[in-house]
Design a protein around this ligand. Structure first.
Ligand code: 3H9
Length: 681
């Protein structure tokens, strides 16, 4: 018995049981245990076949991501895989939980795969900016064919067991709680059969040989989804090699070459960093993991508008009843109708059944007035963003809600402490800042007030995960983390178009950086009157609104639009911008290279991130990156603003800020002087 493995024999069938918590990643310890187990059973004449099974919550979750970039230790993955594949005895992988990445590649090395119905298998390396580098790109096409393999590996989506069985990704289903016994029985039935190795199969790949158009078409069809990433392109090349290169070992060599290219890339380093960053957000230094949480069995949501409706859906989706409160019947009816319509759209896409819609809708209790919230465990307020209104609501909640209820505000900018002060129980008040659309966006900023109790924080962090969000803890300040750090980008964009670059040039620079759209395209999309309504001073946006240019919805905005909503640069907007620049006394100095536009717009975001960190609003730099990536679609392959700043170098960021007259944050200066980085220690 090694540290992570136990080896037993049941009537001629050797059972290798690996248990390496939390997820049986194929790290050093696990590889040693596998190596030992397979060598032992190869040498044991009483063993006729081998079952490979895992303890704990899952089959192998893949290579140990934390080992990438470090010197290799102990037996390598390929070495262990060779022993298994070249052994003379049939090996059955017995899968529960998830067999992912190197974990599923290990299952593909085995001669047979059996899984419980709740299991999932897949190759999610693409999400880490990698490709399956332990033979997955060569073996999977040999089972499912090139076309399906392209889809499975470039999306990285895990495939449920039943579907995997239909496709041949597994060979049999076991009963849910009889995996080991069923696997042993299955192994017995294979004793007399000739050993089939996936590597020797040609039938599924041969028909695709000599058809380069398969890959060209696939890339064309997915151009939008793959933009900016490196991994999907290497994956496509590797899968093409599985068909084109008949010699399996040469195909493997091609895979290794393409894998190495990715491992060494900044994109993959950023995505691997992000993998851990997303999981790290739940760890709050002064809220220990053992902090008791408050059971949340019923939720109240105040406001049935877009925000309140979206928030409500999150709880309905996990079966928690919601009392939805409005002040007027029409508003309530409208809000509930929108929720129903959203669900029905999901049904139309085949992702939900009509029955599930009814189950969810039945969990809503519509109510007029706050009195209906007396028994709710958690109340989330999503009313008009105005401090007086919020304070009034919280003052009332204080008198209505039961003791021990969590009172949450969905404010995006306001002072949570001032809201909490309207109650006699500020320890129970917290911010739950959802991003719109609240049923879709994965970021949830959990805002901690000066007096918020740690049990309330622990409950919010846990609940966030239950509703499928990634919680990022923020302190109280104007805009919290995501909105605050991103606001300088908008200010710089507004200033820049007065100096020469056009809105189209600014948007293109950010699009090419990796954002889904630039700030002016975004404003035109949501409507200039929506974003520009608070503006007091004269501005380009205000001037556009004055002449009734409201964006895509009316007369165009920064761009003109044809009837299909295709944008073209607007001469009217250009004239108006030039006029405003004259009014401000700014002379145009012409367009700028994209790199300078990006620096001008995004270095100030890094600077604001540094301030958020030095003020203690964010606990760690990686939380800021998670907030930017999930809240603003900052391209994940750059790692977010703070990781990106580290790749550029902090001295260069400081110089860039000074060049545009922005004072670098003190933290930025000290870190640069001390040669430190935000995300790499
Ligand atoms: C690969 O296989 C490359 C090969 O093709 C080629 C090699 C040559 N490594 O997510 P959770 C940690 S690349 C190290 O909260 P869940 C995780 O950080 C790999 N650590 O649990 C967390 O730590 P902590 C391809 C890992 O139940 C803890 O385990 N595989 C790894 O919600 C619990 O994780 C993947 O991309 C890992 N591979 O979900 C699969 N995986 O507790 C990645 C997890 O300290 N993993 N940890 O915060 C997952 O998708 C999920 O973790 C899984 C469980 C679905 C398995």
């Amino acid at each position: 018995m090694s540290e992570a493995g136990t080896y037993t024999v049941e009537d001629g069938i050797g059972i290798i049981m690996i248990d390496s918590p939390p997820v049986n990643a194929l790290g050093f310890k696990t590889r040693v245990a596998l190596d030992e187990g397979f060598r032992k059973f190869a040498a044991d004449d009483s063993v006729q076949a081998i079952v490979l099974i895992c303890g704990g919550r899952t089959f192998f979750a893949g290579a140990d991501i934390s080992e990438f970039g470090k010197p290799p230790q102990g037996p390598g993955l390929h070495e262990v895989f060779n022993i298994i594949e070249n052994g003379a005895k049939p090996v059955v992988a017995a899968i529960h939980g998830t067999a992912l990445g190197g974990g599923y590649e290990l299952a593909l090395i085995c001669h047979y795969r059996i899984a419980v119905p709740s299991a999932k298998v897949g190759l999610p390396e693409v999400n880490l900016g990698l490709l399956p580098g332990a033979g997955g790109t060569q073996r999977l096409p040999r089972i499912v064919g090139v076309e399906k393999a392209l889809e499975i590996v470039t999306t990285g989506a895990p495939v449920p067991a039943r579907k995997a069985l239909d496709m041949g990704m597994i060979d049999a289903l076991a009963e849910e709680d009889r995996l080991k016994d069923d696997a042993v029985a299955f192994a017995r039935t294979m004793l007399d059969k000739p050993l089939v190795r996936v590597r020797d199969r040609q039938d599924k790949v041969a028909p695709s040989r000599g058809h380069p158009e398969i890959y060209a078409d696939f890339l064309k069809k997915n151009a939008r989804a793959f933009r900016g990433f490196k991994a999907p392109f290497n994956i496509v090349k590797a899968i093409e090699a599985s068909a084109e290169i008949e010699d399996f070992d040469k195909g493997l060599a091609r895979e290794a070459e393409l894998f190495q290219e990715l491992v060494a890339s900044t994109e993959s380093a950023a995505q691997r960093y992000y993998f851990f960053a997303e999981r790290e957000t739940s760890k709050v230094p002064d809220v220990p993991a053992a902090t008791p949480t408050i059971p949340v069995k019923t939720v109240g949501v105040i406001g049935a508008g877009t925000m309140g409706g979206g928030i409500t859906m999150n709880f309905l989706n996990i079966g928690v009843p919601v009392t939805l409160v409005e002040m007027k019947q029409e508003a309530l009816d409208r809000g509930i109708a929108v929720i129903r319509r959203n669900y029905e759209n999901t049904v139309a896409k085949g992702r939900m059944t009509a029955e599930q819609v009814e189950q969810r809708m039945a969990l809503i209790t519509p109510a007029l007035g706050l009195d209906a919230l007396a028994e709710a465990d958690l109340v989330i307020e999503a009313v008009f963003e105005e401090i007086g209104v919020k304070q009034q609501v919280f003052g009332q909640l204080d008198t209505i809600c039961k003791p021990g209820a969590i009172l949450a505000s969905n404010t995006s900018f306001l002072d949570l402490d001032a809201i909490a002060a309207a109650t006699s129980r500020p320890e129970w008040v917290i911010g739950l800042h959802f991003f719109s659309p609240a049923n879709v966006m994965r970021l949830l900023e959990v805002v901690r007030g000066e007096k918020t109790a740690i049990e309330v924080i622990a409950t919010a962090m846990k609940l966030a995960r239950q509703i499928g969000k990634v919680p990022v803890l923020a302190g109280v300040c104007h805009g919290f983390i995501a909105n605050r750090i991103m606001s300088p980008r908008g200010r710089q964009a507004d200033a820049l178009i007065l100096e020469g670059p056009t809105p189209a040039e600014v948007d293109k620079a950010l699009y090419d950086y990796g954002f889904a759209m630039g700030p002016f395209q975004m404003i035109d999309l949501v409507g200039l009157d929506v974003i520009g309504r608070d503006e007091i001073e004269r501005s380009v946006r205000g001037d556009l609104v004055k002449i009734d240019r409201l964006g895509q919805k009316k007369n165009g905005g920064y761009y003109d639009y044809d009837e299909k909503r295709n944008a073209t640069p607007s001469p009217v907007a250009a004239e108006l911008i030039a006029d405003f620049a004259r009014y401000k006394g700014i002379n145009s100095s012409g367009s700028l290279p994209a790199e300078e536009i990006v620096a001008r717009l995004l270095y100030p975001v890094v600077n604001e991130g540094a301030k958020v960190l030095e003020e203690g609003i964010a606990i760690r730099a990686s939380d800021i990156d998670v907030a930017a990536i999930l809240g603003y679609n900052w391209p994940v392959y750059t790692g977010g603003p703070m990781f990106w700043a580290d790749t550029i170098g902090l001295p260069k960021i400081i110089a860039g800020l000074e060049a545009i007259g922005i004072e670098p944050a003190a933290l930025l200066r000290t870190m640069a002087t001390e040669g430190k980085t935000f995300t790499r220690g």
